[in-house]
Design a protein. Structure first.
Length: 579
C-alpha cells in the first residue's frame, strides 16, 4: 500500500524593509495627470471632428451609390417589361389580323380562335345568310334578279315550277354578290394576312432572341446588386459601430479621469503603494484606475483606424466592381435594345418619323468607358447633393451636440499621433512575469503585469495561442492581446449570404485584466534567499451581496515570480512605491 504524501508548501517570509527601497519611483502628480488629460481631450475633439466628417462623407457617397444601383436595376427591369409587353401586344395583334383575314371576328369585333367557336360562328353566319338573301344583296342586284325571273317564267307555269326557278336565280345572285365582295376586299384581306405573318414573326423573334438574354441580364444584375448592397451596408454599419465604440470608450475614460483629478479618486490614500506583511494597513474602498479606461480608449482609436484602412480598401474595390458592372450592363443592354429596335424598325418601316429619333438617340449616345464613368459620377454627385440638403434640413430641426468634455476644445492641440497605452503617463511599470493561484493544483502561468499611477496591479492572461515566457518584452505581450480586425468582404456575403462583421465590444476581451488588485489594500511577503524569485501578494477585498452579511472583508492571495531575484526586488519596490 502506497503511503499518501502531502504536497510541499511554499513558505514565504517577508523581506526586511531595509533591503527594498520605498521611494525609488517618482509618483505621478496631478499636474502630469491633468496635462495628459488635456492632451487627450484635444486629440479626441480633433479626431471626432475629422472622423465624423469622414464617416458622413462615406455614408453619403454610399447612399448615392445605392440609389444609382437601384436606378440601374429599375431601368433594366423596365426595359424587360417594355420589350415583353410589346412582344405580347404584337402577338395579340397578329392573332387579331389573322382572324380578320379568316373572317373569324365576332359581332363585338373580337377575334375568335377556338376551333369549336369558329365552327359555330360559321354555321350561324351561313344560316343567317341563307334565310335572308335579299338583305345581303344590294338594291340593284335584288331588282335585276326579280325582273330576270319574271321574264323567263311562263304565265301557265305552276307554282312549284316558279318557286324552283326563283330559288335557282337567287343562288346565282348570291354567288355574283360574293364574287363582287371578294374583288373589293381581296387586297385588304391579303394585306391583313401578310401583316399577321409579319407581326407573328416579329413577336416570335422577340420572345426567342430578345427576352431571354434581357431576363438573364436583369437577374444577374439583381443578384450582383443585392450582394454589393449587403456588403456596402455592412461596411458602413461596421464603421458606425466602431466610431460609437470609441465614443463610449472616451466617455468611460472621461468620467474616470475627471473623478481622479477632482473627486475622491484623487486622494493620496487611493494611490499609495502596497504595504509590508507586518505593517498595519487601512483598506481603501472604491479604488478606481484611470489607466484601464485610457488604455481601452487608445486601443479603440487604434482599432478604428485599422478598421477604416481596411474598410476604405474594401469600399474602393466595391465601387470599382460596381462601375465595371454598370459598364457591362449598359453595353449589354444597349446591344439588346439595338437588336430589338432594328427588328422593330423593319416592322415599322411605314412609321419612320416615330422610330428614327429613338434609334438615332440610342445609337449616338456615347458608350466609351470614360463617358459612362463621368455619367455615373455626375449621377452620384447630384444624388449626394440632394441627400445633403435633406440631412441639413433634419439637422436644423434636431441638431447634434459634441461628446462629453469636448465642447470648446481647440482642435489644434490634438494634432498628434495617439501612442500605445504602454506609453501613457498613467502607466507606472509593466513587465511579463508568472503568476500562480493559492490552490494546490495551481500552475505557473505567463502574464503581463501592469502597475498604474492609480496604484493598481493588473494581470493580463496570455491567450493559449501565444507562446511567451517570463521576461519577454511588454510591448510584444500587449500586442498579442489585440485581436485581428475583421471587416465585411464580398466573399463572406457570397459564402454565407450575409456579411461577417466583428463586434467592437470583443476588441477589449483580452485587454480586460483577468486580475486587478488595489495596492493600498495589499500586503507583500518575500523570502529573500538564493535562487528564490517568487513572492506572495494578499489583497483585502470588501465583500458584497450575501457575503457582506457575515464578513465585511475577505482576502485573496496570488504568487508572482520574475526571472531573477534582482527583478523580484525591483518589482516589489514598484508595488510598494507611492504612485
Amino acid at each position: 500500500m502506497t503511503k499518501k504524501v502531502d504536497p510541499p508548501t511554499l513558505i514565504i517570509e517577508e523581506e526586511s524593509d531595509e533591503k527594498i527601497p520605498h521611494d525609488f519611483f517618482t509618483p505621478v502628480d496631478n499636474h502630469a495627470r491633468s496635462l495628459c488629460h488635456s492632451k487627450l481631450r484635444s486629440y479626441e475633439a480633433k479626431r471626432r471632428a475629422a472622423y465624423a466628417q469622414k464617416l458622413a462623407s462615406s455614408s453619403l457617397y454610399w447612399r448615392s451609390f445605392r440609389d444609382l444601383l437601384s436606378a440601374s436595376v429599375e431601368e433594366t427591369e423596365r426595359a424587360e417589361s417594355l420589350v415583353k409587353g410589346q412582344a405580347v401586344a404584337n402577338e395579340q395583334y397578329a392573332i387579331a389580323m389573322s382572324a380578320c383575314a379568316e373572317d373569324c371576328i365576332d359581332d363585338d369585333g373580337k377575334p375568335v380562335t377556338d376551333p369549336k367557336k369558329k365552327k359555330k360562328l360559321f354555321e350561324s353566319r351561313a344560316k343567317k345568310r341563307a334565310g335572308g338573301v335579299t338583305k345581303m344583296l344590294s338594291l340593284s342586284e335584288a331588282t335585276g334578279a326579280m325582273l330576270k325571273a319574271k321574264s323567263s317564267a311562263s304565265v301557265t307555269t305552276t307554282t312549284t315550277t316558279s318557286s324552283s326557278e326563283s330559288l335557282g336565280v337567287t343562288d346565282l345572285s348570291i354567288e355574283q354578290a360574293s364574287e363582287r365582295r371578294a374583288g373589293l376586299l381581296s387586297s385588304i384581306i391579303e394585306s391583313h394576312s401578310i401583316l399577321a405573318d409579319r407581326y407573328d414573326e416579329h413577336a416570335a423573334f422577340v420572345m426567342e432572341e430578345i427576352i431571354p438574354p434581357l431576363f438573364q441580364l436583369c437577374e444577374g444584375l439583381i443578384e450582383e446588386v443585392d450582394t454589393i448592397e449587403k456588403l456596402g451596408d455592412a461596411i458602413i454599419e461596421e464603421l458606425t459601430a466602431a466610431e460609437k465604440e470609441v465614443a463610449d470608450a472616451w466617455e468611460d475614460y472621461y468620467k474616470s479621469a475627471v473623478k481622479s483629478l477632482g473627486g475622491e479618486g484623487s486622494s493620496a490614500t487611493h494611490r499609495k503603494g502596497a504595504s509590508s506583511a507586518k505593517a498595519e494597513i487601512i483598506a481603501v474602498e472604491k479604488c478606481e484606475d484611470v489607466w484601464v479606461a485610457e488604455m481601452h480608449y487608445r486601443m479603440s482609436v487604434a482599432f478604428l483606424s485599422a478598421c477604416w484602412e481596411k474598410c476604405s480598401s474594401e469600399l474602393s474595390k466595391l465601387f470599382t466592381t460596381m462601375k465595371e458592372t454598370e459598364c457591362t450592363r449598359r453595353f449589354r443592354l444597349r446591344e439588346i435594345l439595338l437588336t430589338f429596335l432594328e427588328r422593330q424598325e423593319r416592322l415599322w418601316h411605314s412609321l419612320p418619323s416615330i422610330l428614327t429619333p429613338v434609334l438615332k438617340g440610342l445609337t449616338d449616345k456615347p458608350m466609351d468607358r470614360v463617358s459612362i464613368e463621368n455619367d455615373v459620377q455626375a449621377a452620384i454627385r447630384l444624388r449626394a447633393q440632394n441627400l445633403q440638403r435633406e440631412e441639413a434640413e433634419k439637422k436644423k430641426k434636431g441638431g447634434s451636440g459634441a461628446g462629453p468634455g469636448l465642447a470648446g476644445v481647440s482642435h489644434d492641440e490634438g494634432n498628434f499621433e495617439l501612442s500605445s497605452p504602454l506609453m501613457s503617463d498613467l502607466l507606472f511599470k509593466a513587465k511579463v512575469i508568472e503568476k500562480k493561484g493559492s490552490g494546490y493544483m495551481s500552475n505557473w502561468k505567463t502574464t503581463l503585469a501592469v502597475v498604474t499611477a492609480d496604484s493598481f496591479l493588473h494581470l493580463f492572461d496570455m491567450p493559449s495561442s501565444v507562446k511567451l515566457q517570463s521576461g519577454s518584452a511588454p510591448e510584444v505581450a500587449f500586442h498579442a492581446l489585440m485581436p485581428p480586425v475583421v471587416i465585411p468582404t464580398k466573399e463572406a456575403v457570397e459564402k454565407h449570404g450575409h456579411p461577417k462583421i466583428s463586434i467592437p465590444k470583443s476588441w477589449c476581451q483580452n485587454l480586460t485584466p483577468s486580475e486587478s488588485m488595489a495596492l493600498p489594500n495589499c500586503t507583500i511577503s518575500f523570502q529573500d534567499e538564493k535562487g528564490n524569485s517568487a513572492f506572495e501578494i494578499v489583497e483585502t477585498v470588501f465583500n458584497s451581496g450575501a457575503k457582506k452579511t457575515f464578513f465585511i472583508t475577505s482576502t485573496r492571495k496570488l504568487y508572482l515570480r520574475t526571472v531573477t531575484r534582482e527583478e523580484t526586488i525591483d518589482w516589489i519596490a514598484a508595488l510598494k512605491a507611492r504612485k
